[in-house]
Design a protein around this ligand. Structure first.
Ligand code: DGT
Ligand code: MG
Length: 388
């Protein structure tokens, strides 16, 4: 369709991995609204719908200018009818009634609050909501039996829901570096995830650990974890051992995105710089707030001298490092579209371990992200432009 006169025509490719998506963009009002719809679809366990809204938002993030009228959307991919209706309403009225109502709804608010507890997924949150729980404090008061992860999620709720800064990520990086060098000199750590895409804050800090000599990295994770635990630096950890070699060594399946690396989900105890010493209750009894339940809970989860920070550690053999780096840098939608592109357009199968070419019936090696993009017939997109 020919755009009407006055419309700003922009060509945007259909896969997120074909586009450059910077961190800062021009359409946050629209993308924030679409994100609410995507989250709500996720809360209803409708993944297809959630991805559709995320894709629509991601296309708007890649535009070089703000959308001002519906004609500006002509020719753009991934914008379904529902997304377009919401965009139209916002362009005309400054907001979408549907999104506003969703934000006000008890169910959306409860699902958002409950799923923001570390260790609580949509299914559990949904059940708790049906049973009348709405906030993390309700979970504490319910007396429900929580698993180890959820206990940590509730205990450190406030800290874990306070964005991690780049300075904090760097401080954690120094600790991880020290731990890794102590147990395996010569091993290398790399900051991945959102911080590698130049995000200023994140919900966690992601690291890859490898060693230039293949095989040296085996068994590294338990040693790193022991080193950290011995120094009281871990508040929580759950380590999965590498199962990639033990499993049937078939082609990497693109739909299977849980990796089989040695991986540690953890919560670090990060000393705050210039932290005030912890206050003794008796010393300040005159200023004590009323000792109601919520005040007690707040104090229990407050940690004046230190902050609880979610950290993911992943150990990879150096032969798989480039794939792991590409797979862990994100964004999630960028990763999803990389795998979709590989499968649908190239008959290849990409994971964070390997790239398999089904036409040639062989794995394609790569020692850098650039080589993987080249194998996939894609222009290289640097990490800071993978914020799809
Ligand atoms: P954040 O932490 O919310 O600021 O944002 P990201 O982008 O760092 O997101 P995060 O930490 O959940 O994950 C980092 C990237 O790693 C993400 O973009 C996709 C990838 N990723 C996360 N979990 C898995 C996993 O289990 N397997 C694989 N292959 N990739 C994962
Ligand atoms: Mg992250």
């Amino acid at each position: 369709m020919e755009p009407s006169s006055g419309a700003t025509v922009t060509t945007v490719k259909g896969y997120a991995c074909q586009r450059r998506t910077p961190l800062q963009h021009h359409n946050t009002l629209l993308t924030d609204a679409l994100l609410v719809l995507a989250e709500n679809a996720e809360f209803c366990e409708n993944e297809g719908r959630s991805v559709a809204f995320r894709r629509a938002g991601s296309v708007l993030k890649a535009l070089p200018q703000a959308v001002r009228k519906m004609e500006d959307l002509q020719g753009l991919p991934c914008l379904g009818g529902h997304s377009q209706r919401v965009i139209k309403e916002i362009l005309e009225d400054g907001k979408s009634r549907e999104v506003e109502m969703m934000l006000q709804s008890k169910q959306y608010q409860a699902m958002k609050a409950l799923t923001s507890i570390f260790g609580v997924g949509v299914k559990t949150a949904e059940r708790w909501f049906r049973e009348g729980l709405q906030r993390h404090t309700d979970v504490v008061n319910s007396g429900y039996k929580l698993n180890h992860t959820q206990q940590a999620g509730v205990q450190y709720y406030d800290d874990l829901n306070t964005p991690v800064t780049k300075a904090e990520a760097d401080a954690i990086g120094q600790i991880v570096e020290e731990a890794v060098q102590a147990v395996l000199p010569g091993a290398e750590i790399t900051l991945t995830g959102g911080f590698r895409r130049d995000k200023l804050t994140g919900h966690d800090v992601d690291f890859l650990i490898t060693h230039p000599e293949e095989g040296k990295e085996e068994g590294l994770m338990p040693k790193v974890v022991s080193w950290l635990e011995a120094r009281g630096l871990l508040l929580y950890q759950k380590t999965n051992t590498n199962s990639y070699l033990e499993s049937t060594d078939g082609p990497a399946r693109p739909s299977h995105n849980m990796d089989r690396f040695e991986r540690c989900f953890s919560i670090f105890r990060l000393e705050r710089p210039h932290a005030r010493p912890e206050q003794h209750p008796q010393a300040t009894c005159e200023e004590q707030p009323q000792d109601d339940d919520s005040a007690r809970e707040r104090r229990a989860s407050q940690s004046p001298g230190w902050k609880a920070v979610r950290v993911d550690l992943v150990v990879t053999p150096v032969s798989q490092f480039a794939f792991a780096l590409l797979g862990w840098t994100g964004s999630q939608l960028f990763e999803r579209d990389l795998r979709r592109w590989a499968g649908q357009e190239k008959h290849m199968s990409l994971s964070s371990h390997a790239l398999y070419d089904s036409k040639q019936n062989r794995y394609l090696r790569a020692s850098s992200e650039e080589e993987i993009f080249a194998h996939l017939g894609l222009e290289f997109i640097p990490p800071a432009e993978r914020n799809a």
